[in-house]
Design a protein around this ligand. Structure first.
Ligand SMILES: Cc1cc2nc3c(=O)[nH]c(=O)nc-3n(C[C@H](O)[C@H](O)[C@H](O)COP(=O)(O)OP(=O)(O)OC[C@H]3O[C@@H](n4cnc5c(N)ncnc54)[C@H](O)[C@@H]3O)c2cc1C
Length: 361
């Protein structure tokens, strides 16, 4: 979704600047995790213990909130609560995972440490340790987004798509947006939720774009039964993550590269997805069929793994949300709460964690 505008009487949601392409693949692998890319104990070293705990707790709360939203609005998107299995890897080994579990307990976040023997007997995975936790979910991201758009339209939100926003000016009289068709939009508040693309005025130097790759096997792929309850990722660099869909596909991704355009290389698409498949086969000790789909995409990240959410400095009543990393679904819920609280005038106690100006005061 791109921009939500409110002029006091109505809201307009500009969803996409392009026409939808038939048969195109949605990038998200739709693991709805409370676990931020940077483990809690490590994040505490970067931004302080109190802030890191708040960020992790807020992320866990966002998954709970999403669960309520999907259930309250009756969106049919195969939404299921899942456990998360976080495996030790070359970036975070057994000792780091032990420290991490202690840090999560101290923050009031439930998590179980699994030693190598437990991991092997329950999951038949050969790693030095893992963390098993609740508070995650999965679902079909296209159905979920469509359901939320339908529910918003039902509440009077006007949807405009495709429509490209080409420029923005904020003035004491309101915010003005230029569109590619030559029309002007005016609004009291503008929120840019434009993913990894943004206008120059909204750019933030803490935001970086990386490339990532993913694959999906055919339905009814033969997989371990426990994958029905668990989504999995590993403490490695680059990391591997995967989940099973309701119709039995294995969706997996990873092999991220710090490059804005590596995702566009057909050669890398082949080699990266071959590596993902090989790593899955070795980890799960199974043989996988040729993937039905392979794809690559850019996405926005930050050094701390925390998204950027809040007012754009120097532009009154303009907000931006970006840098969602691998947790776009969870973080977009946090963004919706923080931005709407700000517009409503009552603020949010965690807004400082995600502010575009964080670390500058
Ligand atoms: C391969 C891959 C796997 C992922 N897996 C997961 C996962 O498992 N779980 C998870 O939570 N997240 C995942 N993510 C991250 C997640 O997909 C993103 O964080 C999320 O899509 C961001 O949502 P968004 O609405 O902010 O931006 P986007 O989904 O990028 O949407 C932005 C929209 O804004 C439009 N737009 C941009 N500029 C303009 C403009 N000037 N005018 C009009 N419209 C404009 C774009 O056309 C686009 O439609 C994954 C990402 C990738 C690439």
């Amino acid at each position: 979704m791109a921009h939500a505008l409110a002029d006091g009487r109505r809201s307009i949601l500009v969803v996409d600047r392009r026409e939808p392409v038939r048969g195109s693949t949605l990038a998200s692998t739709a693991m709805i995790q409370h676990e931020i890319d940077i483990p809690l104990h490590r994040l505490a070293g970067m931004i302080g213990e109190e802030k890191a705990r708040r960020a992790w707790r807020r992320s866990a709360r966002a998954v709970e909130q999403l669960t309520h939203i999907v259930s309250d609005t009756g969106i049919s998107c195969g939404f299921e609560r899942k456990k998360t299995l976080f495996l030790a890897g070359d970036a975070y080994g057994r000792r780091a995972l032990h420290t991490e579990v202690e840090a999560r307990h101290a923050a009031g976040i439930a998590a179980d440490f699994l030693a190598a023997a437990d991991l092997s007997s329950t999951f038949s995975i050969d790693r030095t340790a893992a963390i098993l936790s609740d508070i995650s979910a999965s679902g079909n991201p296209a159905q979920m987004a469509a359901g939320i758009l339908r529910a918003s339209a039902g509440q009077g939100v006007e949807i405009a798509s495709p429509l490209e926003i080409t420029d923005m000016r904020s003035t004491p009289q309101g915010v003005f947006l230029a569109t590619a068709t030559g029309a002007l939009l005016s609004a009291r508040h503008v929120v840019f939720c434009s993913g990894y693309e943004f206008l120059e005025a909204v750019a933030n130097k803490d935001h970086a774009i990386v490339s990532t790759w993913a694959l999906a096997t055919p339905p009814a792929t033969k997989l371990p039964d426990w994958l029905g309850d668990c989504i999995v990722w590993e403490g490695a660099d680059p990391y591997l993550y995967f989940r099973r869909t309701r119709d039995g596909r294995l969706i997996a991704g990873g092999e991220d590269e710090e490059s804005e355009d590596a995702y566009a290389s057909p050669r890398k698409l082949k080699s990266k997805t071959r590596t993902i498949r090989r790593k899955l086969e070795a980890l799960l000790d199974i043989s996988l069929p040729e993937p039905d789909h392979i794809w690559a995409a850019p996405f926005g990240t930050t050094r701390t793994g925390l998204p950027l959410i809040g007012r754009v400095p120097g532009h009154e009543n303009v907000f931006a949300v970006m840098g969602f990393g691998g947790n776009g679904i969870t973080f977009s819920q946090i963004a919706a709460e923080i931005v709407s609280a700000d517009i409503a005038g009552h603020g949010d106690a965690d807004a400082d964690l995600f502010a575009l100006t964080r670390g500058k005061t």
